[in-house]
Design a protein around this ligand. Structure first.
Ligand code: NAD
Length: 679
């Protein structure tokens, strides 16, 4: 042991006889541990030394409470994806080292706290037993397909052997991350440890069974998988479901599924197939694009326009408790220790918002993601106010986020009042979708404390926040708002200058308006439902008409009208299009729009609505020819809008594409609307 020179691990002998503890430790500057090539080689050294002087039991753990291991080092993943010539060699080496754990003549236990993902879980699965700390921060998963690749250190072969094929598919292909309790139910965790502090390993009772007899644990397999053709049936059903979910746009989930299905072969053949499929996935443009995006997002999260020390904004006001205000308030509340004041003039809006916040907190507790006491403490940090008079807490707010109706006169009245009632220097921001921020701020005596802070719907789930200062904005204000955005766990994109609709809404409005224009302009009335499909098949998260149903035709039409007035040259004029005027076809809000909606899902086209709007197709269309040509025309208009944003110096190409992906679900497979790698 003395000869070992380790930089990524700490290895020590416990005071408990025969117990040795190997802790992954990527240093204090790394927020999360990763399994780099070096960490693997050092693990190999430990395993080799142990062969001559082996312990009675070895525990592999992490020196960080919140990260067992986040997976393979993504910098190294990028390297191998850009130059895959040595890929197979690297994977074989990893298999070889992890096999040494499996074949060790003494039990090796993984003690898991925090995130245990990708290569981290593959390391834990190579161990003979997994003890998992039962804490809301514990998560076990294999999310490689999100980067366009598949698990490559044996995950697709070992997980099905531990939890059965059906459960493995949910984790590997579906990207499900398991809580500690779920890991136990699945049979992935052999034992739950209920104390976070139990990381004082000496206090843990590993059980005489493990220590003295080193018995294998019995694994669960579902009834279906035990039938003669059960596994084949599971694979073919999963293939259909995956094709439907990915619309054939993403190769990695299908390749991962193929690898999982190969787990019914011998381990060595299965591992070999996994490596071949990994190489195939790594060579796709989708993998290059998704990995590239990972770094662009990382840069956006790190970026700071100001080096100066930025004080946190601890008391957050949110005015307007509608769809946006209630979800923004929830996102601020769940950010560390923020006190939130939520105000609305309309009492039912406040009641609805409070019910929403309480329900969300209860859901988190039920899912095991939050402790009950923490949920109660979070709820206690919320103060509400309603009517014309504000609560005194408004005067203590560090920042006030305006999320009231999209009406310039209303916003002017509110901002004038807010400037009077807040403390000097308090930051005032607007969540406007389609008004020019500097025009909103024109009533302020101190516009230097103002900027746009644009969240997406629903704000507690959507990752992106666009931030844009006006000419007078003090850079320190932007830095503080950026910090708050990060504290809320979101990705900030700071625009270099303002414009109506900021960035995402400009391209999104092109998408929606050009789609309406095209299905209503051509005499044949191109099939709008097929146009939705055609867009989804090239990587748009949602077709334009489904998106309109989600936004609601009332809100959508209002925003489109304002955007058209601001950009009359680039946006089409829809004045010949019959705007729906009845209140029963507002999309998901009323269950009917361009589609009939049930339980939040579009179940069939709503022909009646299309007839009323005079956009019912007049001939049979197929998913080729005209529909694809129309899609490409619309995509080129979106590209032009995105390029106009770039050429006007509003944002870089990276930030434009990242925003369009995070805020509008626009083609992550192609790396956004402007895009890079071939597709
Ligand atoms: P909403 O209609 O759901 O909610 C607006 C709320 O503001 C209502 O509860 C209303 O009672 C309240 N309100 C109106 N005037 C007020 C005042 N003077 N003081 C206090 N409360 C007042 O609207 P929403 O969808 O939440 O949109 C709010 C803002 O966010 C708008 O500027 C909108 O453009 C923007 N936005 C909306 C979305 C979206 O998808 N809905 C996305 C991003 C930004």
């Amino acid at each position: 042991m003395e000869d070992l020179k380790l930089t990524k691990w700490q290895y020590r002998t416990s005071i408990r006889e025969g117990l040795r503890i190997l802790s992954l430790d990527c240093g204090p500057e790394a927020k999360q541990n990763t399994l780099s090539k070096q960490a693997l080689e050092e693990l190999n050294q430990v395993l080799d030394v142990n062969l001559t002087d082996h312990p009675r039991v070895m525990v592999i753990r992490s020196s960080k409470f919140e990260s067992f291991c986040a997976g393979m080092d993504v910098d190294e993943i990028r390297e191998i994806v850009n130059d895959p010539s040595n890929l197979k060699q690297l994977l074989n080496r990893a298999h070889e080292i992890l096999m040494k754990i499996r074949q060790a003549p003494y039990p090796i236990i993984a003690l898991i706290a925090g995130e245990c993902l990708g290569g981290g879980l593959e390391l834990a699965m190579a161990c003979h037993y997994r003890f998992v700390i039962d804490h809301p921060k514990t998560r076990l998963g294999l999310p490689e397909t999100q980067l366009g690749i598949i698990p490559g250190f044996g995950g697709t072969q070992i997980l099905p052997r531990l939890v059965g094929m059906q459960n493995a598919i949910k984790v590997i292909v579906g990207g499900k991350k398991l809580s500690a309790k779920e890991a136990k139910q699945y049979g992935l965790a052999d034992s739950l440890v209920d104390k976070w502090e139990a990381l004082a390993i000496e206090e843990l009772d590993f059980g005489t069974v493990i220590l003295d007899f080193f018995l294998p644990v019995k694994r669960k397999v579902s009834f279906l998988e035990r039938l003669p053709f059960g596994k084949k049936l599971v694979c073919s059903m999963a293939r259909k479901a995956t094709l439907k979910a990915t619309k054939g746009v993403y190769p990695a989930p299908l390749l991962a599924l193929e690898a999982v299905c190969a787990s019914s072969k011998s381990l060595s053949r299965g591992l070999n197939e996994e490596s071949d499929l990994f190489v195939k996935a790594a060579n796709t443009p989708e993998a290059k694009n998704l990995i590239d995006l990972f770094f662009v997002r990382k840069d956006a999260r790190k970026a700071t326009p100001l080096e100066a020390k930025v004080y946190p904004l601890d008391v957050v006001g949110v005015i307007g408790a509608g769809v946006m205000g209630s979800t923004i308030a929830y996102a601020a509340l769940t950010a560390h220790n923020k006190q939130v004041y939520l105000h609305d003039t309309y009492v039912p809006s406040i009641h609805k918002a409070v019910r929403f916040i309480e329900d969300e907190l209860a859901r988190e507790v039920k899912k095991g993601k939050m402790i009950k006491g923490v949920a109660e403490e979070t709820r206690n940090r919320l103060t509400v106010g309603y009517g014309e008079t504000f609560h005194s807490l408004l005067s203590r707010c560090d920042i006030v986020i305006e999320a009231i109706v999209e009406d310039m006169a209303e916003k002017h009245k509110l901002f004038t009042k807010l400037e009077e009632l807040t403390r000097p220097g308090a930051i005032l921001v607007s969540n406007t979708s389609s008004l020019l921020p500097s025009e909103i701020a024109s009533v302020l005596l101190h516009p230097e404390n103002f900027c746009a802070m644009h969240f997406f719907n629903p704000a507690h789930k959507m990752d992106l926040v666009e931030i844009a200062g006006i000419k007078q904005t003090n850079p320190e204000i932007i830095a503080k708002v950026l910090n708050l955005t990060r504290a809320m766990g979101k990705t900030p994109v700071v625009l270099n200058k303002e414009c109506v609709g900021l960035l995402v809404n400009r391209v999104m409005t092109q998408y929606l308006m050009q789609s309406i224009f095209n299905v209503s302009y051509w005499p044949s009335r191109p099939n709008l439902w097929m146009l939705d499909q055609a867009f989804e098949m090239c990587g748009m998260m949602m077709g334009p008409f489904k998106t309109l149903d989600l936004i609601g035709f009332d809100t959508g039409a209002h925003v489109m009208k304002m955007m058209q007035a601001a950009y009359p040259k680039s946006l089409p004029d829809l004045k010949d299009f019959k705007i729906a005027d009845d209140k029963s076809t507002l999309g998901t809000k009323t269950g009917k729009g361009f589609y009939i909606w049930k339980n939040g899902k579009p179940v069939k086209p709503n022909y009646e609505f299309a007839k009323r709007l005079d956009i019912m197709p007049k001939k049979k269309h197929s998913l080729h020819g005209e529909i694809v040509a129309i899609r490409e025309t619309i995509l080129s208009k979106m590209w032009l809008e995105a390029m106009d944003i770039y050429e006007n110096g509003i944002a870089s190409i990276d930030m434009i594409d990242l925003s369009l992906i995070l805020g509008g679900g626009m083609m992550p497979n192609r790396r956004g609307v402007i895009g890079r790698a071939e597709h």
